[in-house]
Design a binder for this molecule. Structure first.
Ligand code: NOJ
Length: 535
C-alpha cells in the first residue's frame, strides 16, 4: 500500500549524481546515467528519489556551491536531460525530489561577481553579508566556519563576507527581498519542470542574528556542532542552543511563504523535507507545522551505536516527539555527509538495523549504495576532494569515503560505473558487492532491501503505531533484544552474538541474516539479526 499523502510513509532513495552511474566515460556520474538506471531503482521498491545538487557549480563543495540554481552543470548533462530523467521516473511511478540550497550561493554566481565589482554599500553587496573589518583589521566577528577556519573572507577593498561553509560559498542575506524572490522563482522552475518537491539544505541556517557580535566560545561551539567530536554532553547541550545563525524564528516565515507555493500545485502533493539540525530536539517540530514544511530529517541514527538502550531511546523519543504534533518521524542510516552505516557499525549489524528501521512508522531515506551494504571507500589523501579536508589542513579527512561511486558489474574496479577513470577510486574488494552479483543471490543485502521494502508496503505502511514488546523498559528488559508490533507484524532485533529464543508464533516474513528456528510457539532469533513475523 502507498501511504496517503504519498510522502507520509514513503521510502526515498538518495542519489549522489556524481557517484551513481557515468553514461559518457568522463569518470563522473550524470543525469542520463541516472535515467538509465531508474529501472534498477524501481526494482528496489522505493517511492521516490532525492538527488543531491546537479546545478551549474564550480563543484568546490560537491555541487552545494550553486552558481546557477536554474540550470544543469555540463558535467551532469543539460536541462533536457533533467526533464527526461523526471519524466522517466514518473513513468515508473517514482517521485523526484531535488535539492535546494538557500543558505548560500557559489562565489561564481553572477550576484556574487556583481557584488565584488559594485563595492561597499551597494545594493549588490546587500544580497550577501558584507561588512567592514573591525578597527584592528580583524573580521566582523569570531565565528568559525562549519568546515573549519574563519567564517569570514576579506575581499580586495577590505570588506569581509560571511560564509558558514567554504569561502567559495558566500551566505545569502535573507533580509533582502531579492533573495526571497529569486528562490521562489527557483522553486517554481523545478516544480514546473516536473519535480515533486525539495530537500532543503541547511534549512535552519538562513536567518542570522547578532552578525556583528562575537560568540563567547566559538571553538566550543564549533566542536559542539561536529558529530564526530567527543564532548561532555552537558557542555554540548549548553552550547548548541546558543548558535546565533541556526534555528532563528525568522526561518519559519520563509517556509510559510514556500508552503503557499507548494500548495498552489494542488493536485501534485508537493513535499519538502528540511535538513535542520536543531536543539533542543523539540524545535524540529516547528518545521513541520501545517503551514510550513512536510518533513524534517531525523539524524539521530547516523551516529548511534548498535546498542539496544541507545537505539530504543532515540527511536521512541523520535516517535513520541513527532506524535506530539500529529506527524511521523523520518529515518536515515547513511547519507553523503556521514560515514556509511556498514563501516560504522558493521555489515551484519547494519542489515539488522536497516530491517528494524524499515518497519518503523514514518519515511525512510536510503542512501544509494546502502542497499548493497557498501562500506566507505578508502581514499588516498592525494585523491581527496572535500573542502573539509583542505580547510582543516588534513586533520579531518572529510566525507569523500561515503561518496565513492557505486559498483555495478564485472570483476574489477571501476565495476561498470564508468568506462573512464572514476573521480574517486572504487575498491577492488567490492567485487562481491556489485549489483550484478547481488541481483542473483537471494541472500544478498540488495535482495534483503527489496524484500523488506515490498513487505513494508504490503503490511506496514499506514498500519498503526508502534507497540513495544521488548526494550529496556518493556518485556524481559534484556539489553540484547528490541521488539515491537505494528499492525499484524512483530519485529524482533537480536543485537547480541548468541541466538535468543522468544515465545511467539507467526509466519516468518523476512530475516536479515542467519537461519530462524521456530516451533511449538517459540522462535529462535539468530545472532545479530532482525526478523519480521506475520500473525
Ligand atoms: C549540507 C549538505 O548535505 C552538505 O553536503 C553541504 O556541504 C552543506 N550542507 C553545505 O551546503
Amino acid at each position: 500500500m502507498k501511504s496517503s499523502p504519498w510522502w507520509k510513509e514513503a521510502t526515498i532513495y538518495q542519489i549522489y549524481p556524481r557517484s551513481f552511474f557515468d553514461s559518457n566515460g568522463d569518470g563522473e556520474g550524470d543525469l542520463p546515467g541516472i535515467t538509465s538506471k531508474l529501472q534498477y531503482v524501481k526494482s528496489l521498491g522505493v517511492d521516490a528519489i532525492w538527488l543531491s545538487p546537479f546545478y551549474t557549480s564550480p563543484n568546490k563543495d560537491g555541487g552545494y556551491d550553486v552558481a546557477n540554481p536554474r540550470d544543469v552543470d555540463p558535467r551532469f548533462g543539460n536541462l533536457a536531460d533533467a526533464k527526461k530523467m523526471i519524466d522517466v521516473a514518473h513513468s515508473l511511478e517514482l517521485r523526484v525530489l531535488v535539492d535546494i540550497v538557500p543558505n548560500h550561493f557559489s562565489d561564481q554566481h553572477i550576484w556574487f561577481q556583481e557584488a565584488l565589482k559594485a563595492g561597499r554599500g551597494s545594493k549588490e553587496r546587500a544580497r550577501f553579508h558584507f561588512y567592514d573589518a573591525n578597527p584592528d583589521g580583524t573580521p566582523p566577528n569570531n565565528w568559525i566556519s562549519l568546515f573549519g577556519g574563519p567564517s569570514w573572507t576579506q575581499v580586495e577593498d577590505g570588506q569581509f563576507y560571511l560564509h558558514l561553509f567554504d569561502s567559495s560559498q558566500p551566505d545569502l542575506n535573507w533580509d533582502n527581498p531579492d533573495v526571497a524572490q529569486d528562490f521562489e522563482k527557483t522553486l517554481r522552475f523545478w516544480l514546473d519542470l516536473g519535480a515533486d518537491g525539495f530537500r532543503i539544505d541547511v534549512a535552519h541556517g538562513l536567518v542570522k542574528e547578532d552578525v556583528l557580535k562575537d560568540h563567547p566560545d566559538p571553538q566550543g561551539l564549533s566542536d559542539a556542532l561536529r558529530l564526530d567530536m567527543p564532548m561532555d554532553p552537558e557542555r554540548r547541550y549548553a552550547l548548541l542552543p546558543t548558535v546565533p545563525y541556526f534555528d532563528r524564528q525568522g526561518v519559519h516565515e520563509i517556509y510559510r511563504q514556500w508552503r503557499k507555493i507548494f500548495n498552489s500545485y494542488e493536485a501534485r502533493e508537493v513535499m519538502a523535507v528540511a535538513e535542520a539540525w536543531v536543539h533542543p530536539p523539540v524545535n524540529a517540530t516547528r518545521y513541520v507545522r501545517s503551514d510550513e514544511l512536510h518533513q524534517v530529517f531525523n539524524f539521530d541514527l547516523l551516529d548511534a551505536a548498535f546498542n539496544a538502550q541507545q537505539l530504543y531511546g532515540l527511536m521512541s523519543a523520535a516517535i513520541d516527539l513527532m506524535k506530539s504534533v500529529g506527524a511521523l518521524p523520518t529515518w536515515a542510516l547513511s547519507n553523503h555527509d556521514s560515514p556509511r552505516v556498514a563501516s560504522r557499525i558493521g555489515e551484519v549489524q547494519s542489515r539488522a538495523l536497516a530491517l528494524f528501521v524499515l518497519a518503523l512508522p514514518g519515511s525512510c531515506y536510503v542512501y544509494a549504495g546502502q542497499e548493497l551494504g557498501l562500506p566507505d571507500g578508502v581514499i588516498p589523501d592525494e585523491a581527496r576532494q572535500d573542502p573539509i579536508y583542505f580547510r582543516t589542513n588534513g586533520t579531518q579527512k572529510g566525507r569523500d569515503g561515503a561518496r565513492v561511486p557505486l559498483p555495478w558489474s564485472g570483476e574489477v574496479a571501476p565495476f561498470g560505473f564508468t568506462s573512464g577513470s572514476p573521480w574517486l577510486p572504487l575498491q577492488e574488494s567490492w567485487k562481491e558487492l556489485t549489483v550484478e552479483k547481488q541481483d542473483t543471490d537471494p541472500k544478498s543485502s540488495l535482495n534483503l532491501y527489496r524484500s523488506a521494502l515490498n513487505l513494508r508496503a504490503e503490511h506496514l505502511v499506514d498500519n498503526g503505531e508502534v507497540q513495544w514488546i521488548e526494550s529496556p523498559e518493556h518485556g524481559r528488559k534484556n539489553n540484547s533484544l528490541l521488539a515491537f508490533k505494528r499492525g499484524n507484524v512483530s519485529i524482533y532485533m537480536n543485537l547480541s552474538d548468541t541466538p535468543i529464543e522468544v515465545e511467539v508464533s507467526g509466519k516468518l516474513l523476512v530475516v536479515s541474516a542467519g537461519i530462524v528456528d521456530g516451533r511449538d510457539g517459540k522462535v529462535t532469533i539468530p545472532p545479530v539479526s532482525t526478523i519480521w513475523l506475520h500473525h
